[in-house]
Write a new protein. Sequence first.
Length: 212
Amino acid sequence: WGYFLVFWIGESVLKELVPAFEALEAPVCICFFLLFIFLVFLSASGPQNPPLLQFSDLFADIPKRGILFLILLAVIVVIVQIFRLDKITADFLLAIIPPEIPMVILHLLITLAVIFLTEMLSNTVVSTAFFPIAYFISTAHNLSPLPMMIAVSAASTCAFMTPIATPCNALAFGEMKGTSFRIMLISGLFLNLIGAMLMSAWLQFIIPMLYG
């Protein structure tokens, strides 16, 4: 690790002090990478001091269930992109929401839609897709778009049922021994519903107090 620290610091200093080093940066980094691989995986000082890592360590204890969740996520993303399900969902919501619907119900519906879509899709993707939807729905109902966009922002981070939408969560959940996916789904469903109701009430009563 000392070699790595010296190279990391030295490379940054050279870029600042020697402008010509920028042209050599790529080959120098490649050479150091090869040296680092040799030192980590192959070099050994003796039988009592083996290499830090073996190549078999790269494949040991891979969370198979986590990899399965990642594959499922990739399949879902491909299906959404092929069939344009995000646009279909937006058009469907705009078509079914009547103009005279109470604001609290409108907040609840949007919050629930965002939460349950975030169970399967990235929260960034869902929030990006729903921001224009929230704006158009609000203007169509002669409402300020701010509360609706706050609802989208908050709801996109509140999916509790599945770890599928976030790759790191999928890998972590796949490695946990003795965890029950069924219990996670059931408890997450209740958390989603409670969270949607709390956010809707907050948007209905607290936001007007804060912003007037």
